[in-house]
Design a protein around this ligand. Structure first.
Ligand code: E4P
Length: 217
């Protein structure tokens, strides 16, 4: 499973990138707002740091506007994936932009039917939001499993990009289901390294080592 980082925080992206943990980056208007940076400036910096797909989101609500904004965002770097919402206008924009050979990430997906439409419109990525479904007491991971089955039934090449990930457990579940990509905030990716028995075991080793009075260097 590919790891995308869901942030516009350059330092956080760099730290994970140095460990080889970053296959791509996703941003959205809220993350750009949180960064306090200019969208083109910060997205260009990310594109130069990370060779993989960098999603930048359009904000127009009509297809023409999304297409114009998508073309503008694509000028930032060859690795830009234009993000459009899963609306009828977004699907129209997706069809046009992918027809021009650009990567398109169709976002705000909450049903398998929406994912099916995105695949038919040629989406490069579909972004189902698991955390926001969990928030309303619907199991977000069930949606990932449904989309996996639908796409595999018909050999769609659209990649399932599990989004709105809130926990390390979400990462494991996405990987078990066979999502192509998971995008997560940096703290969630780092939390995957944690285990209470690792901490406990390390404490015991340190205590015993201290009793030996030895040093390695
Ligand atoms: C990713 O593309 C989405 O923008 C993001 O994962 C949304 O996450 P949230 O529901 O935690 O805001």
């Amino acid at each position: 499973m590919k790891f995308f980082v869901d942030t516009a925080d350059i330092d956080a992206i760099r730290e994970l990138h140095e460990l080889g943990m970053v296959d791509g980056v996703t941003t959205n208007p809220s993350l750009i707002m949180k960064s306090g940076r200019d969208i083109k400036e910060v997205t260009k910096e990310i594109c130069e740091l990370i060779p993989g797909p960098v999603s930048a989101e359009t904000v127009a609500l009509d297809a023409e506007g999304m297409i114009a904004e998508g073309r503008e965002l694509a000028k930032i770097g060859d690795n830009i994936a234009i993000k459009v919402p899963l609306t009828w206008a977004g699907l129209q924009a997706c069809k046009v932009l992918t027809g021009e050979g650009r990567m398109v990430n169709v976002t705000l997906c909450f049903s398998a039917n929406q994912a099916l439409l995105a695949a038919k419109a040629g989406a490069t990525f579909i972004s189902p939001f698991v955390g926001r479904l969990d928030d309303i007491n619907i199991d977000g991971m069930d949606l990932i499993a449904e989309i996996r089955q639908v796409y595999d039934n018909y050999d769609f090449s659209t990649e399932i990009l599990t989004a709105s990930i809130r926990s390390a457990n979400h990462m494991k579940e996405a990987a078990l289901i066979g999502a192509d990509v998971a995008t997560a905030p940096p703290n969630v990716i780092k939390a995957m390294a944690n285990h209470v028995l690792t901490d406990k075991g390390l404490d015991a080793f340190m205590a015993d080592w201290a009793k030996t009075g030895q040093s390695i260097i």
